[in-house]
Design a protein around this ligand. Structure first.
Ligand SMILES: Nc1ncnc2c1ncn2[C@@H]1O[C@H](COP(=O)(O)OP(=O)(O)OP(=O)(O)O)[C@@H](O)[C@H]1O
Length: 490
């Protein structure tokens, strides 16, 4: 049910006008949308978005090509069949199109009256429930003129979703709203559509809500494509369109099938990848250990930066998750460096993720029994920091509320143990911290840490680190040895 195809369009063309005035508006459109997907349709004015939406909404007849909705072919459908099909849809337009002479409840009830199993009692219960989910239960008997713009749109969402439609079509639903109400309205629509298993196709020019989409498609001159610039601006916060225009290379899109390998550990790194659709898994091979799953990535993630910024070799293998199909935007190294070098925002984001990933890899190696998602969660809360050679990282006597994991460089640790001073050299992948961690108190540290070279570290919150160590305790000997070796017996 969840993977059910709601819309399947193949080779769709559409024309306006007759004879010599005949003009093609849509060209060879291909698009599939599945249940629960939230798809945003963007494109310049006059590019054909509304025409496409009206065809999908069964407000026009298909002229050429295939438009299949919920398993029914609509090329050749009669007017009655189109009307019948529309009952499966919810519509949300720019201005809420509520009827001013009806109360909120009566407006919502109108949507329900078209349903075959309509009953007044059930309709009232459904209306109350949907108004509760849009946060407007107390407005049930109010007339639309007494609602704000954002509240009207929330009622419009209630009208569109109360029938649990398989497909919601939204045309610029935030156009009349300010930034925060616009975003709230779309976030609400997103949540409710997922809860009701509805697919959503939303036309918008509003760039502030693009990150809420599962997928963005773009119409230009009647042709459909992926919205690569919009995707870039979502993933790389300092994306600059002018820079892309000047660059010698442009991003391309590649598709990979279930379980196909996109990058392989050990191979040279020359490209950066942005995940547009589907899911991947990241694996790493460590010497003398079984291959380990490090991370699962989905739309909204990128990968490939570790190899490009560290040593030029792939440090992990990225493989398409079983039964997923993946679309990635591929960016050549030169273009990636251009983005990173020209934007502090992008550079910070990429370096932050790189630190988290190197940390994930080190911790996964040290703690083989911990679920990768727990390590990723702690890595995403940890902070990277850099120290110049000879600088002090931890001063003896400071409070020890964190553990330090060395990502790059070497650190010299001095410990005074029973009146005797001992020194040890730690390197990338090793960690240090307070010896008394495990009784929950903040004791002063009895060690001093100095950077021997330039050093990059991740500071991990003490309690998070302890919880990870304790979760790895399926083999208590390993835990005991990790603790003993890393903290007690320096
Ligand atoms: N009924 C019609 N007869 C002739 N041409 C039309 C008709 N409707 C739309 N067009 C033309 O088709 C093209 C696409 O229009 P459409 O409304 O689909 O664009 P759009 O991308 O939705 O634009 P906007 O973002 O401004 O709403 C435009 O060139 C428009 O002038």
């Amino acid at each position: 049910m969840l993977n059910q195809t709601v819309i399947s369009i193949q080779n769709l063309n559409h024309f306006f006008g007759e004879a010599t005035l005949k003009k093609q508006i849509l060209f060879d459109i291909n698009l599939t949308i599945k249940a629960k997907e939230f798809v945003i349709l963007t494109g310049p004015s006059g590019s054909g978005k509304s025409t496409l939406l009206s065809l999908i909404g069964c407000l026009r007849s298909v002229q050429q090509g295939s438009l299949n909705i919920l398993g029914q072919e609509l090329n050749g459908a009669t007017k009655e069949q189109l009307v019948q099909m529309r009952r499966n849809f919810g519509y949300i337009t720019q201005s809420s199109n509520l009827l001013d002479f009806l109360t909120v409840q009566q407006n919502i009830q109108m949507s329900l009256e078209l349903q075959p199993d309509f009953s007044v009692q059930a309709a009232r219960a459904k209306t109350v429930a949907i108004l509760e989910s849009v946060g407007l239960r107390e407005k049930i008997d109010v007339y639309p003129k007494n609602l704000s713009g954002g509240q009207k749109q929330r009622v419009a969402i209630a009208c569109a979703l109360v029938t649990q439609p398989k497909l919601v079509l939204a045309d610029e639903p935030t156009a009349a709203l300010d930034k925060s109400s616009g975003r709230n309205v779309v976030a609400l629509m997103h949540r409710l559509a997922k809860e009701h298993n509805s697919a959503v196709l939303m036309v918008t020019h509003d760039h502030r809500i693009l990150d809420l989409a599962d997928r963005i498609v773009h119409v230009e001159d009647g042709k459909l494509g992926l919205a690569l610039n919009q995707e870039l601006s979502l993933m790389l916060p300092g994306f600059d369109e002018a820079l892309l225009e000047k660059a010698n290379t442009k991003p391309t899109v590649l598709t990979y099938a279930s379980e196909e390998i996109i990058v392989r550990q050990g191979e040279p790194a020359t490209k950066f990848y942005i995940l547009l659709e589907g899911d991947v898994e990241v694996f790493q091979d460590f010497p003398d250990q079984p291959t380990r799953l490090l991370n699962r990535l989905s739309r909204g993630d990128y990968f490939g930066e570790v190899g490009l910024l560290r040593g030029g070799k792939r440090t992990a293998t990225v493989r398409v998750t079983k039964n997923s199909e993946v679309k990635v935007m591929v960016i050549e190294e030169e273009l990636f460096q251009l983005f990173v070098n020209n934007s502090e925002l992008t550079s910070n984001d990429v370096v932050r993720r790189l630190h988290q990933r190197v940390m994930t890899s080190h911790l996964s190696k040290a703690l083989p029994n911990v679920d990768p998602s727990e390590i990723v969660a702690i890595a995403s809360q940890s902070k990277g920091s850099q120290y110049k050679a000879n600088s002090i990282i931890v001063q003896q006597g400071e409070f020890g509320d964190r553990v330090y994991l060395i990502l790059e460089g070497e650190v010299e640790i001095s410990v005074i143990d029973q009146g005797e001073s001992r020194t040890i050299q730690l390197k990338s992948g090793e960690h240090f911290g307070n010896v008394q961690f495990f009784d929950g108190q903040n004791y002063p540290v009895n060690l001093r840490a100095i950077a021997c070279t330039d050093v990059e570290l991740m500071a991990i919150n003490r309690d998070s680190f302890c919880s990870l160590i304790l979760k790895s305790n399926t083999n208590s000997d390993i835990v005991a040895s990790v603790l003993h070796h890393q903290f007690l017996n320096l």
